[in-house]
Design a protein around this ligand. Sequence first.
Ligand code: DAT
Length: 179
Amino acid sequence: MPSSRKAPVIVITGTPGTGKTTHAQLLAQESPVPLKHINVGELVKEKGLHEEYDEEWQSYTVDEDKLLDELEPLASEGGIILDWHTCELFPERWADLVVVLRCDHTKLWDRLEKRGYPLKKIQENNQAEIMQVVLDEARSSYAQEIVVELQSEGTEDLESNVARIVQWIEAWQKDREQS
Ligand code: DAT
C-alpha cells in the first residue's frame, strides 16, 4: 500500500564497509527532494539507544525498542535515508526503497583493515558478505520489488548507483503527483 509520505524513506544497507555512508552522503546532496541522512549506528551512540558496549566485538548492543521509538516519527514523516548494516528491524511499512550494497570480499577486507577493525570482526563481516547475509535479510523482510542490489566497488559504481536512486526518486514523485 502506498504511504502518505511527501518524501520517501530510503534504506541503504549492506555489510560494514560496503559504502553505505559514502552513498548516503552523496545521495543527500544529489536528491531532488530533501533527504536527511541518518547514520543509525551514530544515532544509537549519540542518543544512548544501547544496552552495553561489547568489548570483544567493539560494538554496542542496540536497544531495539528505543531505536524504533526514536525513528518512528522520522519514518512517518519521510524524507530520510536510513544507513545501517542491518534492515530487518525496520517495519516493512517504513521503507519505500531498500538498497543493498555489495562489494567483492577481498576489497571489503582491505576497507575494514584500514578502518582498524579487529581481525575477528573483519573475518565475521567478510564471511557475511560472501554469504550475502544482508541481501537475504532484505529479501525476506521487504517486498521483492523494492529491494535493489547494487555493486559498490569504486567511484564509478558510487556515481551510477546514486544517479539510479535519484531517477527512482523522480519516478516516485511523479507517481505521487498523479495519484
Ligand atoms: P559503510 O558505511 O558501509 O560502512 P563507508 O561508506 O564508510 O562504508 O565506506 C568504507 C570505505 O570504503 C570508505 O573509505 C569509502 C570506501 N568506499 C565504499 N564504497 C566505495 C565506492 N563505491 N567507491 C569508492 N570508495 C568506496
